[in-house]
Design a protein around this ligand. Structure first.
Ligand SMILES: NC(=O)C1=CN([C@@H]2O[C@H](COP(=O)(O)OP(=O)(O)OC[C@H]3O[C@@H](n4cnc5c(N)ncnc54)[C@H](OP(=O)(O)O)[C@@H]3O)[C@@H](O)[C@H]2O)C=CC1
Ligand SMILES: CC(=O)N[C@@H](CCC(=O)OP(=O)(O)O)C(=O)O
Length: 344
């Protein structure tokens, strides 16, 4: 059986440990190294107790890992950090799958407006946007794959069929999303502190979140007819999961059954998109790589409303990254990802 040698950079974080969880059960994967700067030398299970007896590799520093022979490196690093390391791995001939936002936007000026100065902008145009349902052929050929953001994954999958069809008026598309706290990473923070969040629920970054340009930038590739995107993120007192409710004004009335048939044709053959017949629930995708999508037509207001749910750490990050690896290395698309959601 074909074996793929893998390095996971940033394994001490949440998406890094989720990559370990998925890849330990992947028939083609051999994890060669896992990294952490702050915990180098420690056993992985000292940080992530769930892996006791399952992952014996010690954590090493990135600099030590650079020259270790692998086929693919997953960068589970904060944006602004990834862009320093991706070129070093690429020049050593590794395929790089970056989970940060550093190579997702195809426009350096747009990146620098929403993030900070880019230190390796020459790689932006070489990167494929790693949303397999839309860009499989680009992913197959790319040595640098920019894994999508978690909110953009849920929003783009909900909206792509309508945008691609052109059945929308040239106005503002609304994306209203709610996320669990693992989206904020492993470092404790004020708003994710238990007493701040328990029994609570609130919006944040209402004046602008970097996922708004990502959703617009990617959806714009599907149609030249203009539109704008308004995105509002919220924090939920749950660990995993994102629910996005999206609203689009159609340019012509549509029958609900036709809308559902249209979505079902658009996603035919895509193993991780499931169309639901009632509003989707985050618990139904927890721990899995599924995106559950519910398209609806509000006749009274002549508005298309599409709801989608994903697990932010799986379809929103590590699972999608493994899906990208499977495509890039010509493996079974579903390898390692046949994960049934936790139920209940
Ligand atoms: N959490 C989520 O749901 C999603 C996250 N993402 C993106 O994925 C990336 C990782 O996210 P997440 O796992 O949540 O983040 P975490 O904060 O949980 O983990 C970050 C990791 O990066 C390492 N790191 C931080 N700074 C440096 C540095 N200067 N040099 C080397 N290593 C460093 C940390 O290692 P150390 O042990 O040294 O601290 C840690 O392993 C981010 O870009 C995030 O935006 C994307 C989609 C969803
Ligand atoms: C709940 C929460 O805090 N979520 C994060 C998004 C995490 C993510 O996927 O974003 P990037 O990969 O683009 O950084 C946030 O709003 O910043």
């Amino acid at each position: 059986m074909k074996k793929i040698k893998i390095g996971i950079v940033g394994a001490s974080g949440y998406t890094g440990s989720e990559l370990v969880r998925i890849l330990l059960n992947h028939p083609n994967a051999v994890i060669e190294y896992i990294t952490s700067e702050s915990s180098a030398g420690k056993p992985f299970a000292d940080l992530h107790g769930a892996f006791r007896g399952l992952m014996e590799l010690p954590l090493v520093k990135v600099e030590e890992a650079l020259d270790m022979e692998v086929d693919v490196v997953f960068l589970a690093l904060p944006h602004s950090v990834s862009m320093n390391f991706a070129p070093k791995f690429l020049e050593r001939g590794r395929v790089v799958i970056d989970l940060s936002g550093d190579y997702r936007l195809d426009d350096v000026a747009l990146y620098e407006k929403w993030y900070q100065k880019h230190v390796s902008p020459e790689f932006i145009e070489k990167a494929a946007y790693g949303l397999p349902e839309l860009f499989k052929e680009d992913i197959r050929k790319a040595d640098l794959i920019a894994n999508p953001g978690c909110y953009p994954t849920s929003a783009i999958l909900a909206l792509a069929p309508i945008i691609a069809s052109g059945n929308y008026v040239e106005s503002t598309i609304i994306v209203d999303s709610k996320s669990g706290t693992t989206g904020a990473g492993i470092k404790p923070g004020g708003s994710t502190h238990f007493p701040s969040l328990y029994g609570n629920f609130f919006a944040y970054k209402v004046d602008g979140h970097r996922h708004q340009p990502e959703i617009h930038n990617i959806l714009s590739k599907l149609n030249s007819k203009p539109f704008s995107v308004r995105f509002t993120p919220h924090l939920l007192p749950i660990d995993r999961g994102i629910l996005s409710t999206t609203y689009v004004k159609p340019s012509q009335k549509i029958d609900l059954n036709d809308l559902r048939a249209f979505f079902s044709n658009f996603y035919a053959g895509q193993p991780f998109v499931r169309l639901t017949s009632s509003p989707p629930q985050v618990k139904n995708v927890k721990g899995s790589n599924f995106a559950d999508i519910f398209p609806f037509y509000d006749e009274e207001n002549d508005l298309i409303v599409i709801l989608s749910v994903i697990d932010n750490l799986v379809k929103g990050a590590a699972g999608q990254a493994v899906h990208n690896m499977n495509i890039r290395f010509d493996l079974d698309e579903k390898a390692g990802l046949n994960l049934a959601p936790l139920n209940p």
